[in-house]
Write a protein that binds this ligand. Structure first.
Ligand SMILES: [Zn+2]
Length: 152
């Protein structure tokens, strides 16, 4: 259950906290020179919206994750109903809540694909690089805006 809870945390609640640790190196297609004096990145990739095939790949990925989470949620709820140990029940209820959050976030991301706003930063409307979306399919902000949110 620990691995499961961690997986959920990675996807949702702790997203922004973990983002800063994971963005560099992993979100970029190749190592980029980083200028310590500026806080914005200027790779051309940053301004290129994801293509239609890339969007479809993300949709398939999100749908697969959603299906998996829904199965997980059903199993967790059944376990809550079947359990009689209060401590285990509390842990399961926390997992249910986290999984419900993950399901809601995945549904919202799929809605954004339908609306055509997926892959666009919710703050500056700039393109979120495909490399970042592959690692953080639920990312709503570009890297620069995400950092601003963390500083706030
Ligand atoms: Zn932005």
């Amino acid at each position: 259950m620990t691995d499961l809870a961690l997986g959920i945390a990675l996807d949702s609640a702790l997203d922004s906290a973990l983002d800063s640790a994971l963005d560099f190196g992993t979100a970029l297609p190749a190592p980029q020179p980083w200028d310590e004096r500026t806080s914005t990145m200027t790779t051309s990739d940053e301004f290129t919206a994801i293509s239609e095939p890339q969007t479809q790949a993300m949709r398939a990925d999100l749908e697969e994750q959603l299906q998996w989470r829904e199965v997980q949620l059903r199993d967790l709820r059944a376990a809550v109903d079947g359990g009689n140990d209060d401590t285990a029940r509390l842990a399961l209820l926390a997992d249910v809540a986290a999984t419900e959050r993950a399901v809601a976030e995945l549904r919202r991301a799929l809605e954004r694909i339908e609306e055509g706003s997926y892959g666009r930063c919710a703050d500056c409307a700039g393109a979120i690089p495909f490399g970042r979306l592959k690692i953080r399919p639920l990312a709503r902000y570009c890297i620069a805006c995400q950092r601003r949110h963390e500083i706030r």
